[in-house]
Design a binder for this molecule. Structure first.
Ligand code: ADP
Length: 306
């Protein structure tokens, strides 16, 4: 049995419009398809961990609209405890995504209820959830909520993980409350002001974030794997070679996978391998939530490459 993974983060309804070409300003064009999906980095990572067979609780906020009802039903279907997801007056987080035939996209995000998550709410909701092994958060809710997630998680004796995505300035005081920080190359470059293109550069950036106070920093580098650093050592991990067709949510799968593995008491090295397999499988299926793999698929990939 493992303790619970609690994800503090965003929930969005993704409205995806396919079209032949983007309209000019003032122009109307006809789209060719329309789909609605559950999204938001918080919900993606919660679903990732839940599909790996770990008990998951979500803390965040939804509006009092149909999007909110739909997103709550997704958590029910995925077996995620949603008692910590507050219902707020107004709109739920919504992303309007236009994709043309070349694959180019334009995205407008309405933060909606995600913007209303407070540190006080996070601390109270974490306290109400029992058996918290890991607290995982990202940057799509306000700083106050992100900092509270890491501080309150620490106070409860949980392993704390920050995925500093999207790339933005985070309060520098946050890192000392993080056992793990998982940026991609772009986010690591923004946090440190250092280049991250080569393995040596990415390792140096990971070390710089450790110097800000984090326990272990894992810079994810897409098909190049990861560069990581702790206070005493550095290293790299490779990728599982797969037929990648769409890398959307690879980072979310990786973070959910790492949280799930750490909640089960795996070592950092084992957890890194488990997370890499989860991230790799997410690239073999199109979309975000639909691409998040099940535990049996991750175990099969790990067993095939022993
Ligand atoms: P993000 O989506 O946040 O930019 P990355 O693209 O760095 O994150 O991917 C996260 C992790 O997913 C990588 O470190 C790797 O383990 C795995 N991954 C990503 N792309 C591939 C790929 N093409 N093949 C195999 N694994 C991949």
């Amino acid at each position: 049995m493992s303790g619970r993974v609690v994800v503090v983060g965003s929930l969005n309804l993704d409205l995806v419009v396919s079209l032949d070409r983007m309209p000019d300003s003032g122009e109307t064009v006809f789209g060719t398809a329309f789909e609605q999906h559950a999204g938001g980095k918080g919900l993606n990572q919660a679903v990732a961990a839940a599909r790996l067979g770990i008990p998951v609780g979500m803390i965040g906020a939804l509006g009092d609209d149909t999007a909110g009802e739909f997103l709550r039903s997704v958590m029910v279907d995925e077996g995620i405890d949603h008692a910590g997801v507050a219902a707020m007056p107004g709109t739920s987080g919504t992303a309007i995504i236009e994709v043309d035939t070349t694959g180019a996209n334009r995205i407008v995000v309405i933060s909606g209820a995600n913007e209303k998550v407070t540190g006080e709410q996070v601390t109270a909701a974490l306290g109400a959830l029992g058996d918290v092994a890991v607290v995982l958060t990202q940057g799509e809710v306000p700083d106050d909520a992100v900092v509270a997630a890491m501080e309150a998680g620490r106070a409860l004796g949980a392993i704390t993980i920050l995925n500093p995505a999207p790339a933005r300035d985070y309060p520098s005081s946050i890192y000392e409350h993080c056992d793990y920080v998982i940026p991609n190359e772009h986010e690591a470059a923004l946090i440190t002001g250092l280049p991250t293109h080569t393995t040596a550069d990415a390792t140096a950036a990971a070390r710089a974030i450790v110097r800000l106070g984090a326990g272990c920093v894992i810079v994810t580098r897409g098909s190049k794997g990861t560069s990581w650093a702790t206070r005493s050592t550095t290293g790299t991990s490779g990728v599982f070679a797969v037929r990648a067709i769409d890398t959307v949510a690879a980072g979310d799968a990786f973070c959910g996978g790492l949280a799930a593995a750490l909640a089960q008491g795996r070592t950092m090295t084992d957890a890194l391998r488990f997370a890499s397999a989860t991230g790799a499988l997410a690239t073999t299926v199109a979309g975000a939530v639909p691409s998040l793999p099940r535990r049996s698929d991750v175990d099969a990939l790990l067993a095939s490459r022993d």
